[in-house]
Design a protein around this ligand. Structure first.
Ligand code: YH5
Length: 276
């Protein structure tokens, strides 16, 4: 159950925490005391000292209705941060991108994981991921980020997500991605209503039958707002509950904003699993 991410090897039978690092212009503003790169590095250092095994660097907002970003703009946002974290910190850099040129460049600069919310469906993404040679996370999405929440519909969400993911694994392996390098993600909130997200979380163990480690991301998402009635900055307790359930159900990587708190929740879940 070991997986090799550029310079580091992880046991994927255990649960690891991935810290979210957005490098979109609106993510960092401090009135000019720090520049963007300093701010990003500060956050990354903090998340690593809090125990993050991965830092997920993303330069494209996938919020419905968010403006699209040019390839050059995404490269300019992501590359300096990937380079600096890879050089300075003891964590695996994950690049949250659907853009082939960003995958290629980021891996050259030291990224150890390609995290694509579009499941390598963009032109050139399969080839870029195969050539990069690092593990890739393939996530389920219904539709495109811009419109995915318009009216998500499923007859059987578990079956459809499972079939989508196994089809993308097949296509990726055909394109030269090593099967042992594929991580799967049901894509919480990506073209799904609350009932779909809940059914996927309730049945998460079943997705492990596809034979790949699982990554999940529910931190601060609307599904938790729908359940608790809380605004985005009041969703930490709900996010910890979601992380705990995911860890109990066998997720290998949990993608979160609040690393320190999530590490404790994962430690409790892991201890209980080991006593079982
Ligand atoms: C994911 O699940 N999600 S970006 C809406 C929110 C809060 C957070 C306020 N990239 C995932 O984090 N990559 C994102 O409401 C991801 N899995 C993987 N593999 C969305 C996000 C967020 C969205």
């Amino acid at each position: 159950m070991e997986m090799k991410f550029a310079r580091r090897v992880l046991d994927m039978s255990r649960c690891h925490v991935m810290g979210v690092l957005n490098v979109t212009p609106d993510s960092f503003s401090d009135g000019g005391r720090f520049n963007q790169l300093d701010m990003a590095l500060f956050r990354a250092r903090q998340m690593v000292s809090d125990g993050a095994a991965f830092i997920d660097v993303g330069g494209e907002s996938t919020r419905p209705g968010a403006a699209s970003v040019s390839v050059q703009e995404e490269l300019d946002r992501v590359c300096p941060v990937v380079e600096a974290i890879s050089r300075e910190l003891d964590a695996i850099v994950s690049v949250d991108t659907s853009t082939p040129a960003v995958m290629t460049q980021a891996v050259e600069l030291g990224a150890g994981l390609v995290n694509d919310v579009r499941a390598l469906q963009r032109d050139g993404a399969l080839a870029a991921a195969a050539t990069a040679g690092v593990p890739v996370c393939i996530m389920h999405i219904q539709g495109e980020p811009k419109t995915m929440q318009d009216r998500p519909e499923y007859q059987n969400v578990m079956r459809e997500v499972g079939e989508f993911l196994s089809q993308r694994v097949r296509v990726a392996v055909q394109a030269g991605v090593c099967a042992e390098n594929i991580i799967l993600d049901p894509g919480f909130g990506f073209g799904k209503k609350l009932e779909h997200n809940l059914r996927l979380l309730a049945s998460l163990e079943q997705l492990r039958a596809l034979g790949h480690p699982l990554l999940v991301g529910m931190s601060r998402k609307s599904m938790l707002g729908n359940i608790t009635g809380r605004d985005v900055d009041e969703r930490l307790p709900a996010s910890l509950a979601a992380a705990t359930i995911s860890a109990m159900k066998g997720a290998s990587i949990i993608r979160v904003h609040d690393v320190r708190e999530t590490i404790d929740a994962v430690k409790v879940a892991t201890a209980v699993k080991e006593a079982d």
